[in-house]
Design a protein around this ligand. Structure first.
Ligand SMILES: CSC[C@H]1O[C@H](OP(=O)(O)O)[C@H](O)[C@@H]1O
Length: 359
């Protein structure tokens, strides 16, 4: 039975009975499987293989990964402990390069340890865990705020188009791009969502369609090449997506295919909204040209699971993200409010007081 809100969207990551629990998103939509990484290596693998995915969720997972790395540490001093922590952080940064939340979360945990008024290693271990839990809980509140702030932009609309999964599964809970959708639904306004399947890993088909259907929110699945037709037929009145890294000028890195959607939205005079927490902004980068774009295994493109859908040995280009220039972005919805152009000056104004360094 599909349950209408006030349905509490599920959380893909939690700390329970002394263990971190993840929904293994590679098993959805067919199976809801919970995994419990026990080592930093298992957490690295979970991030790399998108068992946990989505910029905020990746940051939260990395923070818990640091705790898994040091929980059994036998360090004899603060210096030795911090060295082990740094080694684990460096290792986790090699999992996926684009979502800046991962780097931000790691720096936050390291800073919490550096600022701790104790050299007791047992106490420092506890501080690592406490910071990971805080990062997770803060993200849930952040997503709620994004939902509240974004709702007025969508409440008069009938339907929106979204890409990939920037829903509850990509965060601690509620999502970013889908947070306003959940917010409106909990107040009786059921916005229709058209979800791009999002080749090659199908986060839209497997995850967005699944989580919205579970919540009783009307969702229509389309293939990526249907987006233009959906817009030209007036089936949607806006596009809303998440982000993995936003540069100081408002250029946005997000799942591959986002840039094309933004161009289509402009062509059809539709607003193109990006929803993201402050932890997704990287003001050290002047523009999106500097954002590292993850390239993934060719098999993700040439195969559906184990079934080949392309000739063996064919050349493949498989960037997991692209960059949407700021001129295509109507507004950026954050937990601190709506950011509109000119982004260079309005990002620091709206996000004033935020510590972007994670430290
Ligand atoms: C709320 S961030 C979601 C963001 O992350 C996704 O990428 P991936 O599934 O590879 O982790 C996609 O870019 C989403 O927009």
């Amino acid at each position: 039975m599909v349950i209408l809100l006030p349905y509490e969207p599920l959380s893909p990551i939690r700390w329970h009975n002394g263990q971190v629990e993840l929904i293994d998103q590679t098993r959805l939509p067919g199976e809801l499987v919970v995994i419990r990484p026990r080592t930093v290596e298992e957490m690295w693998d979970a991030i790399k293989r998108l068992k946990v995915r989505g910029a905020p969720a990746i940051g939260i997972a990395a923070a818990f990964g640091l705790y898994l790395a040091v929980r059994d540490s036998r360090a004899a001093s603060r210096a030795e402990f911090e060295s082990e922590l740094k080694k684990a952080a460096n290792y986790l940064t090699t999992s996926r390069p684009t979502a800046v939340n991962l780097f931000w979360a790691l720096r936050r945990v390291e800073a919490a340890v550096a600022d701790a008024p104790t050299d007791n290693v047992a106490a420092l271990k506890e501080i690592v865990l406490r910071e990971a839990l805080t990062i997770r809980d803060e993200d849930e509140a952040t997503c709620r705020a994004i939902g509240h702030n974004g709702a007025p932009l969508l409440e008069e609309l009938e339907a929106v188009l979204t890409h990939c999964n920037a829903g509850t599964l990509a965060t601690a809970r509620y999502g970013t791009a889908l947070a306003p959708v959940y917010y409106l639904a909990s107040r009786g306004k059921l916005l229709k969502v058209f979800a791009d399947e999002t080749r090659p890993l199908l986060q839209g088909a497997r995850l967005t369609a699944w989580e919205l259907h579970q919540a009783g929110i009307p969702v229509t699945l389309i293939t990526d090449n249907m987006a233009a037709a959906v817009m030209s037929k007036g089936l949607v009145q806006a596009v809303i997506v998440g982000a993995d890294r936003i540069a100081a000028n408002g250029d946005v890195a997000n799942k591959i295919g986002t840039y094309g959607l933004a161009v289509l939205a402009k062509e059809h005079c539709l607003p193109f909204y990006v929803a993201a927490p402050a932890s997704t902004f990287d003001l050290s980068l002047k523009s999106g040209e500097e954002i590292p774009i993850e390239e993934r295994d060719a098999a993700e493109v040439t195969h559906f699971g184990l079934k080949p859908i392309a000739p063996a040995g064919i050349d493949v280009f498989n960037p997991a993200f692209d960059v949407t220039p700021n001129r295509y972005v109507t507004a950026i919805i954050t937990e601190k409010g709506i950011i509109r152009p000119p982004y260079q000056e309005n990002i620091p104004r709206v996000l004033q007081g935020i510590n972007f360094n994670g430290a």
